[in-house]
Design a protein around this ligand. Structure first.
Ligand code: ZN
Length: 79
């Protein structure tokens, strides 16, 4: 599984919506990828904030903003 796939599955992962197989592949990738681990944590935190807002609408473009921040991180200089 590549980072892009992992990022696309993160919402489903946090919702517990992945199949057992996808979940295992997802967790395999996360275990070896600092970027995706950091992004997952960020997304989890964002969603818990959103959850606390209950009836409030989800801030427009918030997830998209995080996603684009992550993408620019990925396209930066590699070690
Ligand atoms: Zn990754």
């Amino acid at each position: 599984m590549i980072c892009r796939e992992v990022v696309e599955l993160m919402t489903d992962y946090l919702d517990g919506a992945l199949s057992q197989e996808d979940r295992a592949r997802f967790e395999d990738h996360i275990a070896g990828c600092n970027g995706c681990t950091a992004y997952l944590e960020q997304l989890r935190r964002t969603r818990s904030v959103i959850g606390r807002l209950a009836a409030e609408p989800v801030p427009a473009g918030l997830e998209a903003e995080l996603l684009s921040a992550f993408r620019s991180w990925r396209s930066g200089p590699r070690p």
